[in-house]
Design a binder for this molecule. Structure first.
Ligand code: FES
Length: 95
């Protein structure tokens, strides 16, 4: 697979690494919104932390939740719909 990199990041902007992609994360955007802006095929339903459909492995980095999530997640997972990166992230997408 060919490597793709989006490198329009400013110095203080966090990035999200997913396999072969590096995406800039705009301030205030959820992880899900960043993935959608990159036209990735992402899974979601409620977008509010209830259903767990957007559950994704967090391999590195930190996030904060916009709302208290109600869906069950493991310690190494995040809900992309309601998390905002607080550092550079590395996540594992399920395709
Ligand atoms: S889309 Fe339902 S918890 Fe994220």
């Amino acid at each position: 697979m060919k490597n793709q990199t989006t490198s329009t990041t400013s110095k203080s902007q966090n990035v999200i690494d997913i396999d072969y992609l590096t995406l800039p994360s705009k301030d205030g955007d959820s992880v899900l919104e960043t993935l959608e802006k990159a036209n990735l095929d992402v899974h979601f339903n409620c977008r509010e932390g209830y259903c767990g459909v957007c559950r994704t492995k967090l391999l590195a980095g930190t996030v904060e939740y916009r709302v208290e999530p109600l869906a069950f997640i493991d310690d190494d997972e995040i809900l992309t719909c309601c998390t905002i990166p607080t550092s550079n992230l590395k996540i594992k997408m399920e395709y």
